[in-house]
Write a protein that binds this ligand. Sequence first.
Ligand code: ADP
Length: 470
Amino acid sequence: MEVIHLSVECFPIAKVGGLADVVGALPKYQRTLGIDAKVVIPWFDRPFVKEHEFEIVAAGSFSQGSEELQYEIHKERSDVLGFPLFLIKIPGKLDREEVYCYPDEAEQWIAFQHAFLHWIQNNGIHPSVIHCHDHHVGLIAFLLQHGTDFRELASTKTVFTVHNGQYQGWMSWSKGILLPAFDTWKWGLLDWDGLINPLATAIKCSDAYTTVSDGYLNELFIEANGLQGLFNAESAKGYGIVNGIDTAYWNPQVDALIEKKYNKITVHKGKEENKRILCEKYNLRPDLPLISFIGRFAKEKGADLLFEIFVKLFSIQENMSIFILGSGDKEIQNKLKELELKFEGKLALFFGYDEVLAHQVYAASDMLLMPSRIEPCGLNQLYALKYGTIPIVRSIGGLKDTVVDVANEGYGFVFEKLNADDAVEAIGRSLDAYSDIKTWKGIRKKAMQLDFSWDRSAKKYVELYNQLLK
Ligand code: ADP
């Protein structure tokens, strides 16, 4: 069975968030199950691409509106990733450094999808399944079924994974002329509320859609940024499959990015050492419990609540160190800077995206705070558990599915409502547990015994492919 994963992020080539982690790991695990899984992403002007050898395996051209676009397919030669990787390069469209935030994003993703279909159709590539990830590639299923140039591919099965339903790729109908030719009477499949909505199109047209946790699937039926009715209407082909983690890379026992490696048995000493190094560097006290936050400064992540949470927390409890690693909303960053000044020596910040530091923070921290408003799966809590770092999470989406409160014989601290008081109460409970070393070691042991590796979830995707191909 040949499965092509189509995405605009893939670790380690181009990562902005969890989407990259999934696309960079799932195919590797699927290959161990005998699936011929491959990945296709846009070409990026980034270190991985510069440092590895690629060969051009195909080229072609097509028109997009009044433009004639040339594309090249670059295949990675060494197979260092554990799966074949193909990059689509289109000068002027897909040859940039950043993944997102360009004003012509709609044109970029239309070109990416068009080039992909043009390439496979003209080179006799007939995958069993095309597995699309997020709205950037949300038009594929529609174009396979109704694109007039891709009739030979029409029977190809498609799976679409919703990593984040908040972003839908909306574009005005004026962009319609940029799309590859399609059966015009099918235009309604592209439309949602007067706009072209690639996420909605994918949910309508794909043979199956999946969400990255069961909890998130159920939440999308209630609230999906305007698409809840659609998710309900198409629920018969919806599946929740929780993400896994790549334990070859996210594993304190083998992690080359952390100062002191450790395992379930040596966790106490290992963490102590990693914490000492991080705290010395950021002027924090290593003898206190270290609570961290890692993530995008976005409302989705509850990052706008961090200020209030820590002000309230420090007003009742002084004995802890806080580390915040993130990037995003400038207003949130300014509030956090205020916090750093207010609690100098107790709270440290790092603004920016730093993969190495993220590993070091998971390894050094005692607790990881995730006060998310929306969390489709959340990988941070899964990495944290693997590193013996106890998650303190709001009960939502994938967090609800993967973190069990210690009050229920679990290994985390869970709060229901999205407000600072409830978050502070949960942090307080975690600090109480931490103060009793025997209790804490017991919680940590449970956390580190969990298995969130991809093995189980990779199998579920394969079962779904088999079901579609029957
Ligand atoms: P998202 O909604 O952002 O995709 P996930 O929890 O699914 O959230 O995945 C987040 C991923 O991004 C994790 O691998 C996390 O460690 C990483 N990450 C987020 N922010 C940063 C940052 N500032 N520096 C390094 N890694 C980060």
